[in-house]
Ligand binder design. Structure first.
Ligand code: MG
Length: 204
């Protein structure tokens, strides 16, 4: 399986990092070795002093597809969960300054914790109105809603599948809202989708 991530998909997050608003979705990948599942802890890597949390809605692809049309995109994913797109912001800043790819800042081991539970899409009345938030040590740090995405789920799947075949079991990280910030060893990260706690990650 592969992990496809969307960058710069919320206007408030683009503003906080002083990035340009992209006309097309910004895409990058994480390897499967970045996954943390079932509440495994995140071990702070030695190569960074500025690991940031980015809480994101995550889609699980339910069937293979390429050149997916937007109107049928909803038939290609059946579950939604939460994930954290851990980012070594110091490493990323160095790479961005040189115009280089982001893999070392985004694809390292443990950089993709996902919720133990994914919810069936059928549980939700409106996929364009999903609220989610991240608490760090019980304090709310990030709040988002799928209705605020610049590129909604259907557009993401249609765009990505023009270039990359989606396969059953692939995960799509759909971008983070504002409020990203550093984590510290000892932090407890908790992610909620529509008020339900789905994700827990301890930073060690
Ligand atoms: Mg992200």
């Amino acid at each position: 399986m592969k992990i496809i991530c969307i960058g710069r998909n919320y206007a408030d997050h683009i503003a906080e990092l002083h990035n340009e608003t992209p006309a097309a979705p910004v895409i990058f990948l994480k390897p499967d070795t970045a996954l943390l599942q079932r509440g495994q802890p995140f071990f702070y890597p030695a190569f960074s002093q500025d690991i940031h949390h980015e809480l994101e809605l995550v889609l699980r692809i339910s069937k293979n597809g390429r050149h997916i049309e937007e109107e049928f995109a909803h038939t290609y994913f059946d579950e939604i969960g939460l994930g954290i797109d851990f980012t070594a912001r110091d490493v990323q800043s160095q790479l961005k300054a040189k115009g280089l790819p982001w893999e070392l800042a985004k694809g390292f081991d443990g950089a993709a914790p996902i919720s133990a539970t994914f919810k069936p899409v059928s549980d939700f009345a409106d996929l364009a109105n999903l609220s989610f938030h991240l608490e760090v040590n019980g304090q709310t740090r990030q709040q988002g809603n799928s209705g605020l995405m610049l590129h909604p789920f259907a557009k993401i799947l249609a765009f990505v599948s023009q270039y990359i075949t989606l396969k059953q079991g692939d995960l799509i990280f759909t971008g983070t809202p504002a409020g990203v910030g550093p984590v510290q060893i000892g932090d407890q990260l908790t992610g909620y989708l529509e008020g339900e706690k789905l994700l827990e990650v301890a930073v060690k």
